[in-house]
Design a protein around this ligand. Structure first.
Ligand code: KG4
Ligand code: ZN
Length: 408
């Protein structure tokens, strides 16, 4: 089974093609191609993701990215013989007509580039399209959904809506070598597991159970705790901005913190470790961000600038505060749920120090931990295609972007 994944929930336009084999109750997969086009540089000027810009960029990027995907998949794709005939001009025109009223005004860039894309007249033998339905920025989500709808209608392929957060969970179960094109099994997980989802939009502790007894997981989710305000990635990005660092700020703070450790810089300021006494598994990062604001205000020169040494020290203290806060709640979640393993997912899981902290905790509890490889830690379509592969039944319902879609 060949699955196309489409991801446009935030500022990454991503497409992936994966092949999945469910023979003998065993699920194996291999990546034909997975491409991510980041818009981060464009959004950097705004200090964060600018939804209207994200929507327009996805509209411009999707069709060229699809072209690139097919070209780069090259030989690997030729093994999928298709009995589908090339699409005639009248057939193509009738699909475009069907969506003209609805999609052209909403996503003009997407509609126009789709209409001009001659290569789309040669259908691929794709069995399913998996597209992110939410959570995320609704205008951005709609572009991916509309692309899926047009492609699905043109090539006659069913479309499966996918939860972006489930994508982050299953993406972390992929093998390190997944991008070399070889077949791999999903990593076997002991359930119940605790999934810790840490990204620019989410900070969630989730209990994950499996309803399946074969190697194709059928997962269900219970949210144990979440942030009451900013997500952890947002806290990284906003604090980085206060320090005059570019968007996305997480990697920059992490880099400066690392330098501070190497240079043995002692932070000048002590930041709070929020919500440790809240008695639950929820988070709040807005106070931490305010503490960074005050620290910068109290230590800047008359032009509002802080020294490089101060930036390094504060980055170190910030990373430590985040790490202690997340680790404290992770331990509590393990204690309360009796979890048998830990799955870490979301963009912030790229953070080296957090990975080390969680790995140490897992070791202490003698639990297996699953961390995403670099390609799947940020937003990507491989995890979306994989999540689509896990769906037992292909339900063809009306697709609708759901900015606050919940895991269930
Ligand atoms: O999952 P993701 O790519 O997009 C969302 O769905 O939100 O996560 C993006 C977030 C950004 O806030 C970014 O600053 C953060 O992940 N991030 C990091 C690191 N790399 C990315 N945060 C801390 N340390 C990093 N190394
Ligand atoms: Zn994400």
């Amino acid at each position: 089974m060949l699955i196309l994944g489409i991801e446009t929930s935030c500022d990454e336009t991503a497409l992936a093609l994966i092949e999945v084999d469910n023979g003998d109750g065993k699920m194996r997969c291999r990546v034909v191609q997975s491409l991510v086009h980041s818009q981060a540089e464009l959004h950097s000027a705004y200090g964060g993701v600018y939804p209207t810009l994200a929507k327009r960029e996805h509209g411009k990027n999707l069709v060229p990215l699809m072209h690139k995907l097919i070209l780069e998949a090259g030989d690997a794709l030729r093994t999928f013989k298709t009995d589908k005939k090339p699409i005639t001009d009248p057939e193509f025109d009738s699909v475009m007509k069907m969506f003209e009223k609805e999609i052209a005004p909403q996503n003009p860039e997407l509609y126009q580039s789709f209409k001009d894309a001659k290569f789309l007249k040669n259908p691929l033998h794709i069995d399913r399209i998996a597209v992110t339905e939410g959570p995320g920025l609704e205008p951005a989500l709609w572009v991916g959904i509309n692309f899926a709808r047009m492609l699905g209608a043109l090539w006659n392929i069913p479309i499966i809506p996918v939860n972006h957060m489930e994508g982050h969970v299953v993406g972390s179960l992929l093998d390190e070598n997944i991008l070399n094109g070889s077949w791999t099994d999903l990593k076997p997980v002991q359930f119940p597991a605790i999934a810790f989802l840490i990204s620019g939009g989410h900070t969630e502790l989730v209990e994950v159970t499996n309803q399946s007894d074969d190697s194709r997981p059928n997962l269900s989710y219970k949210i144990l705790g979440k942030t009451k305000d900013d997500a952890v990635g947002e806290a990284f990005d906003k604090s980085a901005r206060l320090l005059g660092l570019p968007y996305p700020g997480g990697p920059h703070i992490s880099m400066l913190a690392e330098k501070a450790r190497q240079e043995m810089i002692i932070p000048k300021v002590k930041l709070p470790r929020p919500m440790q006494k809240s008695g639950d598994l929820d988070f709040s990062f807005s106070g931490l961000k305010t503490a960074v604001l005050y620290a910068v205000r109290d230590n800047c020169d008359k032009d509002g600038k802080v020294s490089e040494e101060f930036k390094k020290g504060l980055s170190l203290e910030f990373e430590n505060a985040i790490s202690e806060t997340l680790d404290y709640k992770l331990r509590r979640a393990i204690d309360e749920s009796g979890a048998k393993s830990i799955i870490i997912g979301g963009g912030v899981s790229a953070n080296k120090m957090l990975r080390e902290t969680f790995t140490k905790t897992a070791k202490e509890y003698s639990l297996q931990i699953y961390l995403p490889t670099p390609h799947v830690s940020g937003d990507n379509a491989l995890m979306i295609a994989l999540s689509g592969a896990l769906m037992r039944n292909v339900e063809t319902r009306n697709l609708k972007a759901d900015g606050t879609k919940k895991l269930s």
